[in-house]
Design a protein around this ligand. Structure first.
Ligand code: PLP
Length: 351
């Protein structure tokens, strides 16, 4: 049968031939001893690109976020985050289970947290109230549809937070998508946050791995917690080599992903009963399908029967994510399949 068109996530990207070559040829050593030259180079390059002192290679984005929360917060602290955010919904409650923190989620309409949303959620400085230990931002915001946090908004949050001695962490799993959409460098759009996590394994295409970026002191602590959480890795240069290709060569490729998402959005908007509630700025589309007469899990199942993979986010909502392993032709084919399976779309000709 024809291969799947996999729009579930940009995590599904497979390593490119160039990555596989780099992996095969990688110089390696024991990274727990700090002796893997390829890991050291990846960490140095990440720090340079973000114009920070240091960076750390971690097995997953979730671990990078958890390590950062653990460093910033004491047990019993509250962490302010957006209510649809990844750290609150998709990280196994690790901030509570392991870091001992209470999430303080704040709802927004569009995923863009502003100081106006955050300020009322900060706990008063009274000894008998739990204290706000951290503000965690997400850029781009995944479940809000790949929304970009405007740099001024993020900078203002950091300025106000720092006046109150509250640190700001950035879940920048897709920060390169945000930088591209904003036309600014990743360094420029993350200048004021205290720590950054970004994923090599999403749209950048590496098979495994994320980075934590920050000050030398912060990364020294991050190395301790990575080991404590079971993330100390040995001859891991084979993975860092793919990460280096992802970091150095793949950011410009994201432009095509954004264009494919635009094309999908434009065609989806023509399907009666489908509603995209957000601006499509990057590579993620989240859309309501309740008007089609199909529940999202049912639509997902029907698409799958015809070779198109896309996940339901909730009973009414689907998500599609573009990446380098879906071509422009795949997008057109996925749209034809959508027209076949959505009852309200039959009769509306697919272009
Ligand atoms: C994917 C993702 C992460 C990290 O996920 P892992 O699967 O643990 O690497 C963190 N934040 C956001 C917004 C993500 O999309």
């Amino acid at each position: 049968m024809t291969p799947w068109i996999d729009l579930r996530s940009d995590t599904v990207t497979k390593p490119t031939p160039e990555m596989r070559r780099a992996m095969a040829e990688a110089e390696v050593g024991d990274d727990v001893y700090g002796e893997d030259p390829t890991v050291n180079r990846l960490e140095q390059r990440a720090a340079e690109i973000f114009e920070r002192e240091a960076a750390l290679f971690v097995p997953s984005g979730s671990m990078g976020n958890l390590i950062s929360i653990r460093i910033h917060c004491d047990h019993g602290s509250e962490v302010i985050c957006e209510s649809r955010g990844h750290i609150f919904n998709f990280e196994m409650a690790s901030m509570s289970a392991i870091a001992g923190c209470l999430p303080r989620p704040v709802a927004t309409d569009d995923g863009v947290l502003t100081w106006k949303h955050i300020e009322p959620a900060i706990r008063p400085k009274i000894y008998y109230r739990a204290q706000t230990g951290l503000i965690s931002l997400e850029n781009t915001h995944n479940i809000a549809g790949g929304r970009v946090l405007p740099t001024e908004v993020q900078d203002q949050i950091c300025d106000r937070a720092h006046e109150r001695a509250i640190p700001v962490h950035l879940d920048g799993a897709r920060i390169f998508n945000a930088a591209l959409a904003l036309g600014q460098s990743v360094a420029a759009i993350t200048r004021k946050v205290d720590s950054i996590m970004f994923c090599l394994s999403k749209g950048l295409g590496a098979p495994v791995g994320s980075m934590v970026v920050g000050s030398r002191d912060f990364i020294a602590k991050a190395r301790v917690y990575r080991k404590m959480f079971g993330g100390g890795m040995r001859q891991v240069g084979v993975l860092a080599a793919a990460g280096l290709v992802a970091l150095e060569k793949h950011p410009p490729l994201l432009r095509r992903d954004h264009q494919k998402a635009q094309r999908l959005a434009e065609a989806l908007r023509e399907i009666p009963g489908v509603r995209i509630a957000h601006q499509v700025e990057t590579n993620i589309l989240v859309f309501d399908v309740s008007g089609t007469g199909l529940a999202a899990p049912e639509l997902s199942a029907r698409l799958k029967e015809r070779g198109v993979l896309a996940n339901a986010v909730d009973p009414n909502t689907m998500r599609m994510v573009t990446h380098y392993d879906v071509s422009e032709e795949d997008i057109e084919r996925a749209l034809r399949v959508l027209h076949e399976v959505v009852p309200t779309a039959r009769g509306v000709a697919a272009r």
